[in-house]
Ligand binder design. Structure first.
Ligand code: SF4
Length: 366
């Protein structure tokens, strides 16, 4: 949980200092490595492009709502969604099968374009890498799909043959870095439409989610910032709901009448990969009860690799044996969970808090 005493605010300029200069923070305020631990108000109008990293979960949806409520010109906004499983026919399906289509429907609701990107081969392809470099990244752009090949001289061959490990280190928890962060970074770097522009990347982390996230800065320069080079591309990242509570997030969804996304309706406390490496035994028990064969496929890989996801060295079947699954009575959400097409309404006039709200069951990266 959030503990303000543990926050290392070296190199941080609290937003209170800004009030002496007046007005909302400007894009150039992050120059020279300045970071803002708190930055509730920034000048959104000063940006040319606003890229919202839309996972399809409640926090990124709340971020979109905050943009709308701030009166942002939504013509500048685009959603980016990283496809965890790629599009090359992986049968592992770590992510919810409706997630891509749900994001399409969400983008339509907010009336913004949506661009997908993914590591070719997805989670399974990267996991099975053996003395090889990663496959290219695939990026949808306004001009069409582009393939970002690897630099053969700079890319090191390696072997994974195990699931990502539950670790703050992105080298070990490689799914976050290879399937999301790197893809997003390369997607910005590879598009000339951002040259000479001011770009804002929005992500929906919240401090309450974990000790790790409690230390995040709310406003800072993004890894792709290139103001010093000839590209003259300014890229900042802003986390608009970083200081929000879970109550705030659900209230935002309710006020915009956005139906709680399906994973929460099924009892998940986070909407991340369905088969996230951080799933608790109870989540695995629920997958076994309602999605036959899915956990078994993970356990088969754990056995092949001789390495389990759990540090207790129990595979996902053994760790969930005898554990009570969630008590799901939402037949509509269960049907949706096994349908690639998202067919439920995105908004509702009969808003309900879902089963997974305010739960503590582990699932989703920290
Ligand atoms: S949600 Fe879980 S499994 Fe999926 S990329 Fe994040 S940490 Fe990895």
């Amino acid at each position: 949980m959030f503990d303000s005493h543990n926050i290392d605010d070296n190199f941080t300029i609290p937003s209170a200092i800004r009030s002496s200069t007046g007005g909302a923070l400007q894009p150039s305020d992050t120059g020279g490595g300045t970071v803002f631990r708190d930055a509730e108000e920034i000048d959104l109008d000063a940006y040319d492009h606003i890229i919202l990293l839309m996972s399809g979960g409640k926090d990124s949806i709340a971020s979109a709502i905050r943009l709308e409520q701030a009166g942002v010109d939504m013509r500048k906004v685009e959603f980016w969604h990283h496809d965890i499983d790629g599009r090359e026919g992986s049968s592992l399906k770590m992510d919810w099968m409706f997630m891509a289509d749900y994001n399409r429907k969400l983008a339509a609701e907010f009336n913004v374009p949506l661009y997908f990107s993914w590591l070719k081969g997805g989670f399974e392809g990267e996991m099975l890498k053996q003395d090889a470099i990663s496959q290219p990244d695939m990026v949808e752009t306004p001009g069409g799909l582009i393939t970002l090949e690897r630099n053969l001289k700079l890319s090191k061959k390696n072997t994974r043959l195990k699931f990502p490990q539950q670790s703050a280190s992105l080298a070990q928890r490689w799914c976050s870095s290879k399937l999301k962060i790197d893809v997003g970074r390369r997607a910005v770097n590879s598009q000339s439409r951002f040259h000479g522009k001011k770009v804002l990347v929005i992500s929906g982390e919240r401090r309450q989610e974990s000790a790790n996230r409690s230390k995040y800065n709310q406003y800072e320069s993004h890894a792709t910032n290139a103001t010093k080079g000839k590209l003259n591309r300014l890229v900042n990242v802003w986390r608009p709901v970083l200081n929000w509570s879970e109550e705030d997030v659900w209230a935002a969804l309710e006020s915009r009448r956005i139906t709680a996304p399906v994973p929460y309706r099924l009892g998940w406390t986070r909407s991340s990969c369905m088969k996230c490496i951080y799933n608790s035994p109870r989540v695995w028990a629920t997958i076994r009860r309602h999605f036959p064969g899915e956990a078994e496929q993970i356990a088969d890989y754990e056995e092949k690799f001789g390495v389990t996801i759990s540090r207790k060295r129990l595979n996902v079947i053994d760790i969930s044996d005898g554990v009570a699954p969630f008590n799901i009575d939402d037949a509509e959400a269960l049907r949706q969970a096994v349908n690639q097409q998202y067919t439920l309404p995105v908004t509702t006039s009969d808003w309900k808090l879902p089963l997974g709200a305010f739960g503590s069951e582990g699932c989703g990266s920290v």
